[in-house]
Design a protein around this ligand. Structure first.
Ligand SMILES: NC(=O)C1=CN([C@@H]2O[C@H](COP(=O)(O)OP(=O)(O)OC[C@H]3O[C@@H](n4cnc5c(N)ncnc54)[C@H](O)[C@@H]3O)[C@@H](O)[C@H]2O)C=CC1
Ligand SMILES: O=C(O)C(=O)COP(=O)(O)O
Length: 634
């Protein structure tokens, strides 16, 4: 909290790497040195000098002299610099334009950079030109930047405290910056507090000295209870991403200012219980089980993203009961699985794996025995969902006759034929491929009896879920020659990380392709998922939308404008909406919009209200019986 009133408080903000994400002179170098043979070398030198100056290892005047010499910049290059810098204003400053505009009289930019580019860049967020205290360039007659105004205290060490003192501000000064010179203002006594700003760079030596660390401007505003764009700073919201999700996902969360932790492998139940305590957003793939026991320890958890298709590893009922919305990527890796299945079918029906293995041993075994085309063969698909249907289209293009069996009555695409029973499909197919979802009831769907029904010499694939096949029965069928080619990508027990040994009775059997659950592991699929799932999670966190959720009532909400959004998740019992609306009526709340949707377990009510309302409203809404979770967005 501020120690004085906002009217008696002044905010001094650094420019380079604080107001903007970058160091302006580095960017100027990228512009001014274009086409010079020594460009890269000069740019590296400039960066090193900047860092050494920041770290207090070089006198500031010295570092400025050295950099200007290397830059060889010209006045005409400044517009391009200003344009670039305007596009690189720190995210949290952009988000909080309203605060900056409203408090312009109390905000100063104090920088060792140059007014020529700082003034136009900061003006876009309402900062006044006469509140920018910075250096100025000196040009030669041809417009080359050759020096700087050496009489300006900001061109020398200790300049910042000096210029702030000379302002004779009547109140308390809070400094926000990333560099040591910003801390020096506080050290000299010219400021009451120094916040180390770490959104763009974290300098340990500066953080160490700071009164507080501000990972974003939101955090600074929250800390001082000032008006801001985020009700709760995102830097306080922890995102835990497991199982090596694509870096683009990490980047998307970091860009939004969240506190992101990543881990390469999956976690077992106890490890996850330990890791999840303060996590609000959890990202997993197929190997991490989110059990009811885990959820008991996940008090802050708002949402889970399955960065894959399957959600059988998540206790969806328990998530719903606790008001945790779950999302997945239902289509992003479908094509990758289909391509692998087609590739394996061809490899298996030609017996390529044993042939390749014997070639590696030096054996040349040219023969057509037990080697077939796929054209005209009968492919039987168990499960005709997104993958099954797409596989049927590609297989038909290869001339295969496709049959399918699904527990749900599905439209047969192309010339595919629907089987009435699983048994019928098993009996007719030359190649059988499993593509059902991983619901519990599908455990051992294919066992001894089912293998018994298959044709002699069948090719069998499972790229869906491990527990769907009874492994000892499959091993038996392979050993007896019933199944002559097998492709398995998923297993009842899979290693948690790449460092664990894969144990299975399927090892070392003939014409068996084993793959480490990589059906969906292509660069394309992972990048697709890495974009898709965070978009869903962010829509839910930022806006409350649940479109695409696998366990929540689906609501696609309008963007929030000039309102506060109250999100109420409750057990689906009668009368809750009426109780909420009674509270709104009692406090004369002006409702801008209201949305309700329920499923069997829960109701989700979103109410957009005018910004001014009594604090008691929130308390009363939270206090309604059967409330599971309440959130406020603005
Ligand atoms: N190996 C890998 O890396 C990957 C595996 N998968 C897995 O592939 C499977 C299929 O994925 P999608 O096609 O996207 O799922 P989907 O949900 O679109 O389709 C599954 C279909 O199986 C049907 N089904 C469920 N139980 C059945 C049963 N006992 N008999 C017949 N049909 C049944 C459903 O009605 C549904 O039509 C899932 O288990 C998924 O987790 C998905 C992506 C990658
Ligand atoms: O998408 C699925 O369901 C998969 O099985 C892929 O899982 P993964 O992301 O590779 O752990």
């Amino acid at each position: 909290m501020l120690t004085k009133t906002p009217e008696q408080t002044f905010f001094v903000i650094d420019f380079d790497s604080t107001f903007t994400k970058v160091e302006a002179l580095d960017v100027l170098g990228e512009i001014s040195l274009v086409g010079r043979p020594d460009r890269d070398d000069a740019l590296n030198q400039i960066k090193t000098i900047t860092d050494r100056g920041m770290a207090g290892e070089l006198s500031f005047t010295e570092s400025l002299e050295l950099r200007l010499k290397l830059l060889r910049a010209h006045r005409d290059q400044l517009p391009a610099l200003i344009e670039t810098l305007s596009g690189k204003i720190s995210d949290s400053f952009q988000r909080n334009k309203e605060f900056l505009v409203e408090n312009a009289d109390h905000i100063y930019i104090v920088s060792n950079g140059f007014r020529e580019f700082i003034v136009p860049v900061v003006a876009s967020l309402g900062i006044k030109a006469d509140h920018v205290l910075a250096n100025t360039f000196v040009y030669d007659e041809a417009g080359n930047i050759v020096d700087f105004d050496r009489t300006n205290p900001l061109s020398a060490n200790g300049g910042k405290p000096q210029v702030i003192r000379s302002l004779q501000l009547d109140g308390e000064v809070y400094v926000i910056g990333d560099g040591y010179t910003d801390y020096e203002i506080r050290e000299s006594g010219a400021a009451a507090r120094f916040y180390a700003f770490t959104e763009n760079v974290l300098r340990p030596r500066v953080v160490e000295k700071a009164d507080f660390t501000a990972p974003s401007l939101d955090e600074f505003l929250y800390h001082n209870n000032l008006s801001r764009s985020q009700s709760y700073p995102k830097s306080r919201i922890k995102v835990l991403l497991l199982e090596n999700v694509h870096p683009v996902a990490v980047q998307l969360f970091e860009q939004e200012g969240f506190n992101v932790e990543i881990r390469k492998g999956a976690l077992d139940e106890d490890e996850l219980i330990e890791a999840i305590r303060d996590v609000s957003i959890l990202g997993i793939r197929s190997k991490t089980n989110v059990t009811a026991r885990v959820l008991e320890h996940a008090n802050k958890l708002m949402t889970v993203g399955a960065f894959c298709i399957g959600t059988n590893q998540i206790d969806l009922t328990a998530c719903t009961e606790r008001g945790v919305a779950v999302f997945n990527a239902p289509y992003s890796n479908t094509r990758s699985v289909v391509e692998l299945a087609i590739g394996e079918i061809i490899m298996l029906i030609r017996g390529i794996v044993p042939k390749s293995n014997s070639m590696h041993r030096g054996d040349w075994d040219k023969s057509a025995k037990n080697s077939y085309e796929v054209r005209g063969k009968k492919l039987g698909l168990v499960g005709y969902g997104n993958i099954g249907t797409q596989l049927s289209v590609v297989a038909e293009a290869l001339g295969m006759e496709v049959y399918f069996y699904d527990i749900v009555d599905k439209l047969a695409l192309g010339n595919t034929r629907k089987c009435k029973t699983l048994d019928e499909l098993l009996a007719v197919s030359d190649i059988i491929s499993l593509h059902t979802d991983g619901r519990k009831e599908n455990k051992n769907l294919i066992g001894e009896r089912e293998f018994g029904l298959m044709k002699q010499g069948v090719i069998f694939l499972n790229l869906s879920r491990g527990h769907i096949v009874d492994i000892p029965a499959l091993v038996n069928a392979i050993k007896q020659g019933k199944v002559i080619g097998t492709g398995v990508d998923v297993f009842p027990q899979e290693p948690k990380t790449n460092n664990e040994e894969f144990m299975s009775e399927l090892r070392d059997l003939p014409n068996v392709i084993l793959t480490p659950h990589i059906g969906g592991s292509t660069e394309e699929a992972q990048a697709n998922i890495g974009n898709f799932v965070p978009a869903k999670l962010l829509e839910y966190i930022n806006n409350g939308s649940t479109y695409g959720s696998v366990n929540f009532p689906e609501l696609q909400l309008p963007l929030l404008k000039n309102s506060h959004r109250l999100l109420h998740i409750h057990a689906n019992v009668p009368g809750i909406l009426a109780r909420m609306n009674n509270i709104f009526a009692k406090y004369h709340i002006n409702i801008h919009g209201q949305y309700l949707k329920t499923n069997e377990q829960i109701g989700y009510v979103i109410t957009d209200v005018a910004k001014e309302y009594a604090d008691e409203v929130v308390q009363e809404l939270k206090g309604i019986d059967n409330t599971i979770k309440f959130r406020l967005l603005y």
